[in-house]
Design a protein around this ligand. Structure first.
Ligand code: 5GP
Ligand code: MN
Length: 338
């Protein structure tokens, strides 16, 4: 982000009172962590900020400081629309194209507010007045840290802000193990611990609060694992019936896709999750090395994301989707190398 933009955003912040903060649809730890960190920062500075998430987010994030302040657009549309219409400034966090805001797109388009995008996805679109985009960053939370540094506000990072940012960096880097977790990421994380993020407690709250049903769902997912070593690929599928049988709750399948990558010789993993209500198969892709799941998701499954983590969807049945996925692999064989 260029110095001029920082000067302009500083001037906007000096004027702005009502500020809306928007994470992407299906918010994850990074999107909610970044949004709540920004909320605390702006609140502490005397603004009137409001996080509005397009839809609900997983229970394992609902301990984050400030979580009770988040409005779910789906549940409070009228109030949300008013807040968006009244906003002087809108921060959109952790997404690169406006339609990732789901059903919030139209009120956002209608808004007269100044938009600031902070995001680490590839190929950002230019809907915002100020775009801070860096696809080399581990997470939007890491970028919010650097954004606060640029605003010369690093000394305003409270234990609450540090906790939110640590959570998002941790979840988006698979607990600091993906190649996106650079030495700089680790320096940021070290500073967040110094500023009050209690790292072991955060790990515990996010990863060690499973229900028995969720662990059993993981068992079912692992039994469904299909390994295609010829293509260094492994995938998992879960039908609606299997989800229902385990009292599926939002977030229960988060992280399952990574088990495919834990197999020796596998560099491309996917999970296919049937959603009868939306009439789609929601897909997550992960890879190791240079194989771009962003490109794969864009080319074949109306999705996108990052080189090593992306998502998409399919309107076919679960069975047809899996057949289609398998049939695509031969044409990528030369790229499926480590
Ligand atoms: P996840 O698999 O964890 O849902 O998502 C992995 C990454 O891909 C995230 O950065 C997410 O924002 C992105 N992503 C997931 N689903 C979609 C999608 O349908 N479209 C696009 N453009 N990105 C997606
Ligand atoms: Mn992210």
């Amino acid at each position: 982000m260029i110095e001029q933009s920082i000067l302009e955003i500083t001037a906007e912040l000096a004027r702005a009172r009502d500020i809306v903060i928007v994470p992407h649809k299906g918010p994850d730890g990074d999107a909610i962590g970044a949004s709540l960190a920004m909320w605390h920062f702006l609140k502490d500075k005397g603004h009137n900020p409001q996080v509005i998430a397009p839809n609900n987010y997983p229970d394992f994030l609902k301990w984050l400081p400030g979580t009770e302040e988040v409005i779910i657009y789906e549940n409070e549309q009228e109030r949300s629309n008013q807040l968006i219409a009244d906003a002087d400034l809108v921060f959109t966090l952790d997404f690169n194209e406006l339609n990732r805001a789901g059903i919030m797109v139209q009120p956002l388009i209608d808004s007269q507010a100044v938009f600031v995008m902070i995001d680490h996805h590839q190929e950002p679109t230019d809907y915002a007045n100020h775009t801070y985009s860096d696809a080399t960053m581990s997470s939007t939370c890491e970028m919010v840290y650097h954004f606060l540094e640029k605003l010369r506000a690093a000394n305003h990072i409270s234990p609450e802000i540090a906790t939110c940012l640590y959570t998002g960096i941790m979840t988006d880097t698979g607990s600091f193990r993906f190649s996106s977790a650079s030495s700089l990421t680790h320096r940021v994380v070290a500073d967040l611990i110094d500023k009050g993020a209690e790292n072991w407690k955060i790990h515990n709250k996010v990863f060690d609060t499973n229900s028995e049903k969720r662990m059993q769902l993981l068992g079912t997912a692992l039994r469904n694992l299909k390994v295609l070593l010829e293509y260094k690929t492994a995938y998992i599928s879960l039908s609606q019936e299997e989800l229902d049988r385990h009292d599926f709750r939002k977030g229960d399948t988060d992280g399952f896709v990574n088990y495919g990558l834990a197999l020796e010789g596998v560099i491309f993993a996917a999970i296919f999750i049937e959603n009868k209500q939306d009439g789609i198969i929601k897909i997550s892709f992960r890879s190791k090395g240079d194989f771009s799941v962003n490109a794969f998701a864009r080319q074949n499954f109306e999705g996108g994301g990052h080189i090593n983590a992306a998502g998409g969807k399919s309107d076919l049945s679960l069975k047809e989707t899996l057949e289609r996925f398998e049939s695509l692999l031969p044409q990528y064989k030369d790229d499926l190398i480590l």
